[in-house]
Design a protein around this ligand. Structure first.
Ligand SMILES: [Fe+2]
Length: 351
């Protein structure tokens, strides 16, 4: 039978005759995994090594009584585990029983032992123990599944956002590399100005969506090779509000940040940007993406002009310190571009 094959039983009793009797009874019932000790000082090491499913424990023993042994066991039984301890005693005093129950005993067997009672109590408590374990296992399996599904869902959301950023960028830059570079560089800038790691990660994921509103701009204006008329430029400017609208109303912190970035990435530190916000009234993620976006635009060919050489682009960014960009961010930016190990990642794919 399954119960007997799997159950491990530990017997602690200073009377060898009692141990022998219990072993014989249990073996007759088919239990094979039995351990025992007549010295209660061996109880804890045996318990730790053997991991019993049930303990039969004498109360009155030299050196260490049953109460002290239970106290030792208690610290080793994980929270929420169900480990039946049956106390063997001739002592039927109510007080002793109450104390044993308080210490974690589940049941009592009174000496001299009644064989049929011993068998029944052990079997009942073991059945409870194994049912309990089964429920615990199922709970763990379910929790694992929930974790797995949640991770899948998060991954799917991130992928959907990446694809949305790609869709927006597709008409400008068919490789989608611009959005990725803006993400990587924005995260590096965020880290350089000491934003906490979770914010850095949000910026990395949200920044690529900064131009998602370009979806709503007609090709004739977006891809116009020549100079834009003032009216056309007004249309281009709406891509910030369109982007924010597409991303608005979400409970996700990632989308909330993406919305903020979409709305404010064309603001300038000196207040001459699209909506005229200035200085610290522009949200920091917007300030960061503004710099990363302009730097990438300067160092890549655009439909209306050729890329600038890296040195000239760096000079231009520095020139915009306190004008287009926040001074502290320009300093962080220049520091990164001068530090060889960070510059390599930061300037990747700069032509
Ligand atoms: Fe933009």
């Amino acid at each position: 039978m399954r119960l007997q094959q799997h159950a491990k039983i530990l017997i602690i009793d200073d009377e060898p005759a009692n141990i022998l009797l219990l072993q014989r009874l249990l073996q007759q019932d088919g239990f094979a995994a039995l351990e025992s000790a007549t010295d209660p000082r061996q109880a804890l090491p045996l318990f730790t090594e053997f991991h019993p499913d049930l303990v039969l424990l004498d109360l009155h023993m030299p050196h260490l009584d049953g109460f002290a042994v239970m106290k030792q066991f208690k610290s080793r039984i994980p929270d929420g585990d169900y480990l039946p301890i049956i106390v063997l005693t001739a002592d039927v005093a109510t007080e002793a029983k109450q104390q044993a129950l308080a210490m974690g005993a589940m049941d009592f067997l009174t000496k001299p032992l009644d064989h049929a009672e011993v068998r029944l109590r052990i079997r009942n408590l073991l059945q409870t123990r194994f049912l309990y374990k089964e429920v615990q296992n199922q709970k763990e399996v379910l929790e694992d599944k929930v974790r797995e599904r949640t991770a899948d869902l998060e991954q799917a959301q991130l992928e959907a956002l990446e694809r949305l950023a790609l869709a927006a960028e597709f008409r400008d830059d068919e490789t989608g590399q611009h959005t990725q570079r803006v993400g990587v560089r924005s995260a590096m800038l965020a880290k350089a100005v000491s934003l906490p790691p979770d914010q850095v990660e949000l910026i990395r994921r949200a920044a690529p969506l900064h131009d998602v509103g370009k979806i709503g701009i007609p090709d004739a204006i977006l891809r116009k090779p020549g100079k834009l008329t003032p009216e056309e430029f007004e249309v281009i400017k709406t891509h910030t509000a369109i982007g924010a609208q597409i991303l608005s109303g979400s409970r996700s912190p990632l989308l909330q940040m993406a919305e903020e970035i979409a709305l404010t990435h064309h603001e300038r530190w000196d207040g001459t940007g699209y909506a005229g916000l200035a200085g610290a009234t522009i949200p920091l993620p917007g300030r960061i993406v503004a710099l990363a976006d302009v730097f990438d635009a300067l160092t890549n060919d655009r439909i209306y002009r050729k890329a600038l050489p890296l040195e000239e682009a760096l000079i231009e960014i520095e020139r915009q310190r306190g004008r287009h960009f926040e001074p502290e961010l320009v300093d962080a930016f220049l520091q990164i571009t001068r530090a060889p190990e960070r510059a390599e990642t930061f300037l990747k794919r700069v032509v």
